[in-house]
Design a protein around this ligand. Structure first.
Ligand SMILES: *[C@@H]1O[C@H](CO)[C@@H](O)[C@H](O)[C@H]1NC(C)=O
Ligand SMILES: *[C@@H]1O[C@H](CO)[C@@H](O)[C@H](O)[C@H]1NC(C)=O
Length: 336
């Protein structure tokens, strides 16, 4: 079924239920193999848990579900469970059915966390409140020292296999540390060389590539280099982001990758780079298929940022599919 037909069928059959981002990727033949969000379900029929919180005082854990199939997170449930105590986010569940859940990242070659046994700290569950469709939900507020990871994934691209990914982030929460990433990384928690990662980066790092103005920029962390274009360099085509919410996109296939972005509350997506890979160890790629959030591939812990939702796909999504996903995020009505 074509994307347009699917949208029409869903619109006719059930005016209230929209196709979620992962429904759109599925109909584009590039299904989600990981789908993470603390704010909402990313499939129109998803009814499982979105994330797990843990109380500081008694150590008890509790899953937070959507209020309805395909709905937004039940933040009332989090508030009543945490009940004035401090809570952290312990698990961000994978909604795709591949069990690619994220939990606190283990120590790595360049980062030994303060969360016990070298594991990273976990995000404060109430530090990033926002609204979806007028209702309060919570994002994942990553301060330096915090990070999430899964080194034993299912279905995520390895080697030179094609993949896509997007993340909705807070465009005003960033720093120049390494590295606020979401995406594909090493399974060993170590830097294993050029081309061993393919992840979204967001921030003002100028240690590798950079973009126009003073940032922050959406870039691609491909390991041993954060890229805004073909080589590790400054590219004026990668703009500074100045919106409260931003959709960031990285996708890659054989000797080709692309960087896209846009404000999901008002605008469409723009393409900041689409072209060949650097010949300096990035063609072919050596992706390993772990998933990271808020850290670098070697568990570099210096960065900060806020994550609301994101997915990784199998296959290289079309721009058309991603534009439909951006329209869906706009329909979710992110606001402060
Ligand atoms: C949300 O959580 C609250 C508190 O646990 C619960 O009373 C309520 O029924 C939940 N809402 C829905 C729609 O499940
Ligand atoms: C968690 O965030 C809330 C809201 O910003 C804040 O009041 C609280 O002090 C934070 N807790 C910790 C341990 O930082």
């Amino acid at each position: 079924m074509s994307l347009q037909l699917l949208i029409s069928v869903i619109a006719i059959a059930a005016p209230i239920v929209r196709a979620g981002p992962c429904d759109l990727y599925s109909s584009g033949q590039t299904p989600c193999v990981a789908a993470h969000s603390t704010t909402r379900a990313l499939y129109s029929n998803y009814a499982g848990p979105l994330y797990q919180v843990q109380r500081h005082g008694n150590g008890k854990t509790h899953d937070i579900d959507p209020v309805a199939n395909g709905g937004i997170a039940n933040s009332t449930d989090q508030d009543s469970f945490c009940d004035g105590d401090e809570c952290v986010i312990t698990i961000i569940y994978d909604q795709s059915g591949h069990s690619n859940h994220l939990s606190h990242a283990p120590p790595g070659g360049n980062g030994y966390g303060d969360g016990g046994d070298g594991y990273d700290l976990q995000a404060n569950a109430t530090a990033a409140p926002i609204k979806i469709q007028g209702q309060k939900v919570y994002g994942v507020y990553i301060a330096p020292g915090m990070g999430y990871r899964n080194d034993q994934t299912n279905g995520v691209a390895t080697g030179d296999q094609p993949e896509g990914m997007y993340a909705v982030l807070d465009g005003t929460h960033y720093n120049d540390g390494c590295c606020f990433d979401y995406g594909n990384a090493e399974t060993s928690n170590d830097d294993t060389g050029n081309g061993h990662m393919e992840a979204i980066y967001f921030g003002t790092s100028t240690g590798w590539g950079s973009g126009a103005g003073s940032g922050p920029w959406i870039m691609a962390d491909l390991e041993n280099g954060v890229f805004s274009g073909q080589e590790i360099a400054q590219y004026q085509t990668d703009p500074s982001i100045d919106s409260r919410f931003v959709t960031a996109i990285v996708k890659g296939e054989a000797n080709h990758w692309a960087l896209r972005g846009g404000d999901p509350t008002s605008g469409s997506l723009s393409t900041y780079y689409s072209g060949p890979r650097s010949a300096d160890g990035y063609n072919p790629m050596s992706k390993e298929g772990a998933i990271i959030l808020g850290i670098g591939g070697d568990n570099s812990l210096g960065a900060e940022g806020t994550f609301y939702e994101g997915v990784m796909t199998s296959g290289y999504p079309t721009d058309e599919t991603e534009n439909a996903v951006q329209a869906d995020i706009k329909g979710a009505e992110y606001s402060v």
